[in-house]
Design a protein around this ligand. Sequence first.
Ligand code: ATR
Length: 293
Amino acid sequence: MVDGKTKILGVIGDPIEHTFSPAMQNAGLEALNLNYIYLPFHVKSDNLNSAIEGAKTLGIRGLNVTIPHKREVITCLDEVDPIANMIGAVNTIKFDYDENEGISTKGYNTDAYGCLRAIEEKASVKDKKITIVGAGGASRAIAFQMASSDIGELSILNRNFNKAESLANDIKSNLKQLNDNFNLNINAYDMDSLKREIQESEILIDTTPIGMYPNINDKPIASADMMHDDLIVNDIVYTPMETSLIKEAKKANAEVVYGYKMLLYQGIRSFEIWLGEEAPVKEMENALLKVFR
Ligand code: ATR
């Protein structure tokens, strides 16, 4: 029950009415009996800075940040986690209130961590070769996160080769900071190389919007005959849950990681950053699946 001691968390974005986060986060807060509430806030770009300042004066403890504010919000924060800084996008803000030192804000990117943890539900990424298709914002976040983990090799493939190359170069120039494993190979390829890359990989991540509702019958980036049964296939599209790529992966007896898992684990990580304790994964997953279906 909300009372005078209830603390506030929330999500800011434009639009915001379709967000799944309140259902998931409030289920987690309730399961642990924490006197917090998580609310959606519709914030337009022109008001972003005043929304962050307003959150401070209202004593808000944490915010998720969604489209279109993930990049711009960095300029409103006191501190940004190093990987979020390299990615250039923040989706989680923690507000700290200290009687002596005042209010401080720190930004994190838990989207990419969400993808990593979703895959690690199936198998460790250690020393694995990972192929990522797409070179947009989601690909960038995931590629930086993977490069900072102890993987063996990373290939980025994109329809527009120059974009894949520029992302690969960007990661390479940050590699020293990201990873002690200086032998990590980061390659950029065009889509014609996809078949060969998949054959050599243990993990395939599709960050393109292909197959997303309403275009559910779009031809997937890869068909079953291009895959193998030691492959883990993650499509970050989560509507529908069974995308055309996931269906192909199942035909090939590959392991599948549904797109909603990234959404789940980014929320789990945000929860842990704000509350400083382990999040109740099952309860949050059930709540997410309920609003989803
Ligand atoms: P997001 O920020 O969600 O990652 P984005 O920045 O628009 O979205 O990136 C989408 C990615 O999917 C891009 O890399 C895009 O390829 P291009 O750089 O060549 O445009 C890729 N993409 C989108 N539709 C595609 C399609 N039909 N076939 C192949 N790649 C596609």
